[in-house]
Design a binder for this molecule. Structure first.
Ligand SMILES: [Zn+2]
Length: 156
């Protein structure tokens, strides 16, 4: 018997270290948090997606009194991108979160269901999906979703 050790490569940086395109996508994700519908959690998440054609699509969490009927920001944005631009690969997704009157200090990370949906986009377009997770103090950059979803289920 032997152990299988799984590692994830995550670049840890701050806002000032990013290039202008990365900063722009984060700022759009931050703006998207302000349009979230989150009356139950009061945790507003925004996602901004850069597509291969340079179009940027946003989404945010949409909650519901029957909580399973709501949807996370990442999937709201991804499904919107896929429905509006079905031929464009998803290049990068930036995620930010706002609660108690401010953006959070440390990055929020996608839930398991969103990771699975991001994986589908990566496989569908055969293009790595880069993920930028924003926190005021710390930003995580992950070059492909498989770093966040090791041993992923996939039909490919
Ligand atoms: Zn999610």
């Amino acid at each position: 018997m032997k152990n299988l050790n799984i590692t994830a490569k995550i670049r840890v940086c701050n806002y000032e270290e990013l290039n202008s395109s990365e900063k722009n996508l984060i700022n759009i994700a931050k703006d998207a948090t302000l349009k979230a519908y989150a009356p139950y959690s009061r945790f507003q998440v925004g996602a901004a997606i850069l597509l291969a054609n340079n179009e940027i699509v946003t989404g945010n969490n949409q909650e519901n009194a029957a909580s399973p009927s709501g949807l996370c920001a990442e999937r709201t944005a991804l499904f919107y991108a896929n429905s509006q631009f079905p031929d464009e690969a998803v290049d990068t997704i930036a995620v930010a979160a706002y609660t108690k009157g401010d953006f959070i200090d440390e990055p929020v990370t996608p839930c398991g269901a969103c990771r699975q949906v991001i994986l589908e986009a990566q496989n569908r377009y055969k293009h790595p999906v880069r993920i930028i997770l924003y926190g005021k103090k710390t930003i995580y950059i992950i070059e492909k979703i498989t770093d966040l979803l090791p041993l992923a289920f996939s039909e490919y």
